[in-house]
Design a protein around this ligand. Structure first.
Ligand code: NAD
Length: 322
């Protein structure tokens, strides 16, 4: 098994789950965002790490010779596309084509290529819950670049599956800079006695899915023949508003004195994401195990153990209305 973007948030959780299942795993990452320390446990359990860019497959393609499965996770994140659209296009679209080409040339034993796409390819929900036939109308360069990656994947003659995770949260999710996501950003501010900042009126929803569920679903997809050639939503199937996330974190972090502060909506933010999960259930037998309450309990426990001095994180959080 070879995983690109292995040192990132979902990639490292996936690698932990893969090595725990006994798989032999090669992790590739250029460490532009991901951290080697995210792979500490996986490496001590046998993961082999190769530092290299998906845009320069020569540095890691020799490891494809023995690979039977590839899960392509490497990405430039959504918020980067407002400042650096060309970079995001290059890494997400061109980079995916580069990984596919490397597999075509150097992976003679490949049984499955899993492209980790994103619910952002749908844009905002035109009908809900959103099944895999929902129109594909991305609202950002990021969503468009992820969709380009899907199309390159499905156009290849490799045995492929497209996975479409919805918003994923959990241990190692980023709070920093452009990579910072809403749950860690709220957790850092609340832990510092500051109001969580909500962009927009807080009624916008996401289908928040715990990373342990996303990782398990990716493993199921990579091993399931029914998933060949398919595009499959990976989600809890529960719509939760951003205002509710703030409320839950205020409660779970023990700061009932705090109230969210509201700022102008972020341009191009989707209003609503709510996944239909029937196809993943039917093909993979996948059902998410953690609902938002249980998942946030687990996250808060991890956050407090890992960051006993949350004040150090505050300066790394960038609250920008883009
Ligand atoms: N986090 C979510 O909520 C979410 C939701 C839907 C889909 N996804 C998808 O899941 C995948 C992983 O996302 P994540 O949240 O873990 O992101 P992440 O930023 O934590 O991880 C991405 C990793 O890719 C690496 N990377 C970036 N450019 C690279 C390059 N040129 N070569 C090699 N490695 C490179 C980074 O260093 C990082 O470790 C992505 O494909 C993303 O589109 C994420």
């Amino acid at each position: 098994m070879l995983v690109t973007g292995a040192a990132g948030f979902i990639g490292s959780n996936l690698c932990d789950a893969l090595v725990a299942s006994g798989a032999r795993v090669i992790g590739v990452d250029d460490l532009s965002v991901g951290k080697r320390e995210n792979l500490k446990e996986a490496e001590s359990a046998g993961l082999e790490f190769v530092q290299g860019s998906i845009l320069e497959p020569e540095s890691w393609s020799a490891h494809l010779r023995s690979a039977t499965r590839v899960i392509h996770m490497a990405v430039a994140c959504l918020r980067r596309c407002f400042q650096n659209p060309m970079t995001v296009h290059h890494i997400n679209a061109t980079g995916t084509l580069a990984v596919l080409e490397a597999c075509r040339q150097h992976a003679p034993n490949l049984q499955r290529f899993v492209y980790c796409s994103s619910s952002e390819v749908y844009g905002t929900a035109l009908q809900a819950p959103m099944d895999e036939n929902h129109p594909l109308k991305p609202t950002t360069v990021y969503g468009a670049s992820k969709l380009a990656g899907e199309i390159y994947t499905l156009a290849s003659d490799l045995p492929v599956t497209v996975a479409r995770p919805f918003n994923t949260y959990g241990p190692r999710e980023h709070h920093q800079g452009a990579s910072g996501e809403v749950i860690p950003r709220f957790a850092v501010r609340i832990s510092n006695g500051l109001a969580p900042l909500i962009f927009g009126d807080g009624s916008q929803t996401r289908d928040f899915t715990h990373v342990s569920d996303t990782a398990r679903a990716l493993m199921l997809i990579s091993a399931n023949d029914q998933a060949l050639g398919r595009s499959i939503n990976l989600a809890r199937g529960q719509e939760v508003s951003i205002a509710r996330i703030a409320e839950l974190l205020i409660e779970k972090l023990g700061r009932p004195d705090l109230k969210p502060e509201y700022r102008g909506a972020r341009p191009q933010d989707v209003d609503r994401h709510y996944a239909a999960t029937g196809l993943a259930r039917e093909l993979l037998g996948f059902e998410a195990r953690l609902d938002i309450e249980a998942g946030l309990d687990q996250y808060v426990d991890w956050f407090q153990r890992t960051h006993p001095e949350a004040s150090r994180l505050l300066e790394e959080v960038q609250e920008q209305n883009w």
